[in-house]
Ligand binder design. Structure first.
Ligand SMILES: NC(=O)c1ccc[n+]([C@@H]2O[C@H](COP(=O)([O-])OP(=O)(O)OC[C@H]3O[C@@H](n4cnc5c(N)ncnc54)[C@H](OP(=O)(O)O)[C@@H]3O)[C@@H](O)[C@H]2O)c1
Length: 300
């Protein structure tokens, strides 16, 4: 059996989990961890691509049965990276809590949960916000702290609280809605690329002492729509994706419980990370201009 520390990466075929795997594999010297990528379908093209990477093995599993994930793992996990999808916040909460509980029962030593910023470190600790898929994250965080405390310090935890993803800005209709919501925002919005989340999670797994018991609000830029649009236009010669006001309003109305209420909160309350803090520490974390150039799907 491998002597490397095993890390279960959930959401491995998705944005954040994928970024965590990329960043962990990039750690010098040769990867110190064995990565176990959780997916509901080991035969999907994205899972297969992951499975071809060195030090990555695939594990088929579903949050619908979290104990089975640990039973099928074959050997204990040193670490877990936890991410859930937000479409049904009740399900999200149940899955996120179950993963933390099962990790605590199964000897995990470092559990990293990626949540969402709710107005900076202090407010995020205290205020669940009125947004259903932020409330679920608040409750998962609380449960994680409780079950970790019950292990008498054996399971350490780190919470990453990212702000809005730069990856929301896509060259399709969804990107147009995101651009329009950003325009409605009327003031600076904090943003981060998922690669930065991967970099931070990998650093935390590598240096647990520095990150144990920490909840980190993560942004790498803060721009108004017009500032972002000026950067975008300079690079690509046309405006950032956005659409007519009435279309934006209809979509935000129809998706009120997911997007509408969240953009209202972003407009009225707003994220509270410090966009300079982690970029200073990790220069490879991209700001918006760098992300457009190096990582986005936009091309000249
Ligand atoms: N977008 C933003 O601006 C933003 C900002 C802050 C926080 N967030 C939060 O980020 C989270 C989403 O992260 P993401 O964007 O990285 O997700 P994503 O790209 O949509 O990926 C979701 C992943 O979850 C896996 N998955 C889905 N259902 C599953 C289940 N039942 N059991 C096991 N795995 C399952 C999928 O893997 P398979 O299909 O391979 O199984 C997929 O890899 C949400 O909670 C959201 O609220 C988003």
């Amino acid at each position: 059996m491998s002597s490397l520390k095993r890390i279960l990466v959930t959401g491995a075929t998705g944005k954040q989990g994928g970024a965590v795997i990329k960043a962990l594999l990039a750690l010098p010297p040769s990867p110190p961890f064995e990565l176990v990528a959780l997916t509901r379908n080991v035969n999907s093209p994205s899972a297969q691509a992951l499975g071809r990477k060195p030090n990555v093995t695939l594990l088929q599993g579903d949050f619908a049965d979290v104990p089975a994930i640990f039973r099928q793992a074959g050997a204990p996990f040193y670490g877990v990276f936890s991410v859930q999808t937000p479409m049904n916040h009740h399900k999200e909460e149940a899955e996120g809590k179950a993963l933390a509980e099962e990790a605590a029962k199964n000897g995990v030593e470092h559990f990293i949960y990626t949540s969402a910023d709710r107005g900076g470190p202090k407010r995020s600790d205290e205020d669940a916000t009125p947004i259903p898929h932020f409330i679920s994250k608040f409750n998962i965080e609380e449960r994680l702290k409780t079950v970790a405390a019950e292990t008498n310090g054996r399971m350490r935890w780190t919470i990453i609280r990212p702000v809005a993803f730069m990856e929301n800005l896509t060259p399709d209709f969804f990107g147009k809605v995101m651009g329009t919501a950003w325009r409605f925002n009327g003031r600076k919005m904090q943003i981060v690329s998922v690669e930065s989340i991967g970099i931070l999670a990998a650093e935390a797994f590598k240096n647990p002492d520095q990150y144990t018991g920490k909840s980190i609000s993560l942004a790498t830029d803060a721009l108004s729509f017009s500032e972002a649009n000026a950067i975008f236009k300079k690079k690509f010669g046309h405006d950032m994706p956005n659409t007519y006001d009435f279309i934006g309003k209809i979509v935000l109305f129809l998706t009120w419980k997911q997007l509408g209420i969240m953009f209202k909160w972003i407009r009225e309350e707003g994220f509270g990370a410090n966009p300079e803090e982690y970029r200073r520490r990790f220069p490879s974390m991209l700001n918006f201009a760098e992300w457009l150039e190096q990582s986005s799907k936009f091309r000249k």
